[in-house]
Design a protein around this ligand. Structure first.
Ligand SMILES: C[S@@+](CC[C@H](N)C(=O)[O-])C[C@H]1O[C@@H](n2cnc3c(N)ncnc32)[C@H](O)[C@@H]1O
Length: 257
């Protein structure tokens, strides 16, 4: 949406790029598949373009915005709309319940902090998030993890680039393209399995073993370890770093009863 209110913060280096493409907005809301019973967080809501589209689904929407001028504009725009609550807060610290959806076009500079906040906590995974983020960031996250931490995220969540969002979808256009990053929970693990997964990933990313099967045997037994890897589509002879994190989650979970 192009800037209109004179009190609105101007484009600057803090990453204020408003989504102006209605096709991308529709794709974002469709990807999220919001139900009227959902509670949805729009983080970095700006003038409320995404908030309004989410509210039209009938869901309860929490619009989080740190800038007081945008927060004021949001309160004005959604005054009397019982579906929308405006929270003036920092998206890096505001509480986002696990059973709430997150659907947002976020400032690129906050991407790492936000994703870490959403995906780090152990226990029941959150219900899902659909985020417009910098394209390179989305690709790195959806690709093969390069660290123990990103492997932990990928083991517990499906991370997928749903579509590229060209820079011209925003006003003003950012320097680089963006992407719609789709985050969905995988099957939850027990607390014990999560602890094993943490220990297992520490070993994998510590780089001490040359074969995945060696690590799997250590955690799930001589026969079951490699069998669990194979059942998850991984080769026990492969290098441990070549094994997809969800296959390590299967090893940590152990044989199904
Ligand atoms: C990239 S713009 C997107 C605005 C809106 N989502 C849209 O697509 O039109 C980012 C918005 O996040 C806000 N913002 C920046 N840093 C923030 C933070 N740490 N917490 C909450 N909001 C923030 C900015 O004020 C701006 O309104």
């Amino acid at each position: 949406m192009p800037a209109r209110a004179s009190s609105r913060p101007r484009a600057n280096h803090s990453g204020i790029h408003h989504l102006q493409s209605s096709a991308v907005l529709r794709a974002l809301v469709r990807s999220a598949a919001i139900e009227p019973t959902d509670r949805v967080y729009d983080l970095g809501a700006g003038p409320g373009t995404i908030t309004a589209a989410l509210a039209r689904t009938g869901a309860q929407v929490v619009a989080v915005e740190r800038d007081p001028r945008f927060a004021r504009e949001l309160r004005r725009r959604f005054d009397g709309d019982a579906r929308v609550r405006v929270v003036e807060a920092d998206l890096r610290t505001v509480a986002v319940p696990r059973d709430a959806r997150v659907v947002a076009s976020i400032p690129f500079a906050t991407s790492s902090a936000l994703v870490a906040r959403l995906l780090d906590p152990p226990g029941r995974p959150r219900v899902g998030a659909d985020l417009i983020v910098e394209h390179g960031f989305a690709r790195r996250l959806a690709g093969r993890p390069r660290s123990e931490r990103s492997a932990w995220w990928a083991a517990r969540y499906e991370l997928r680039v749903a579509r590229t969002v060209g820079r011209r979808a925003f006003a003003p256009a950012p320097a680089v393209d963006a992407a719609l990053l789709r985050i969905r929970p995988r099957e939850p693990l027990t607390a014990d399995a999560e602890r094993r997964l943490r220990a297992l990933l520490r070993i994998v990313y510590g780089g001490r073993h040359a074969r995945a099967g060696t690590v799997a045997r250590r955690f799930a037994g001589r026969t079951a370890g490699p069998a669990l890897l194979r059942a998850a589509g991984a080769d026990p002879a492969a290098h441990p770093l070549a094994v997809a994190p969800h296959a390590w989650a299967a090893v940590a979970a152990g044989p199904r009863p």
